[in-house]
Design a protein. Structure first.
Length: 152
């Protein structure tokens, strides 16, 4: 659908059996050119938060630790593996979705530096929150696991 469509998405599934539209609709009810014909977007649950287009959001964790400042508590950290099919690469970072109760309030970059001038240095895959509140990040490009800690 091009460089800027469709966005990756974060969905909220408080009950079983919800249908978020794929393959008929993407992101915020963007119709798929091949599969949307005859489908009503109102039949599907829209995404809770549109992410960047083609960022390849793979791993996701709620921050349940206490090491990071309070603004990160109960937020959602997302490992964005990065685009491969875009003329200008994006993703290659960790983002965070801040929640207001159960609804996304903000989507922002938490850690980056895995790409510079379209040259890839790392590709985040998944996250794990440790008992001490630090975070592990796996990277399948650098074949590394990083430990992220917070120091005042």
């Amino acid at each position: 659908m091009g460089d800027d469509l469709p966005p990756d998405e974060l969905n909220h599934a408080p009950t079983a059996g919800l249908h978020f539209g794929f393959p008929y609709f993407h992101g915020n009810q963007i119709p798929d050119p091949k599969f949307a014909a005859g489908k009503n977007p109102a039949e599907f649950v829209p995404c809770a938060q549109a992410l960047g287009p083609h960022v390849a959001a793979l791993g996701m964790r709620f921050y349940t630790g206490t090491q990071f400042p309070e603004k990160y508590h109960n937020g959602i950290f997302i490992a964005e593996h990065g685009s491969w099919n875009r003329s200008s690469k994006i993703g290659y970072r960790i983002t965070m979705v801040t929640l207001d109760d159960t609804r996304p309030a903000a989507y922002e970059t938490f850690a980056d530096g895995f790409i510079k001038n379209n040259t890839v240095f790392g590709r985040p895959v998944d996250l794990e929150i440790l008992d001490d509140g630090s975070m592990l990040l796996s990277d399948d490009f650098s074949h590394a696991i990083y430990r992220i800690t917070w120091a005042p």
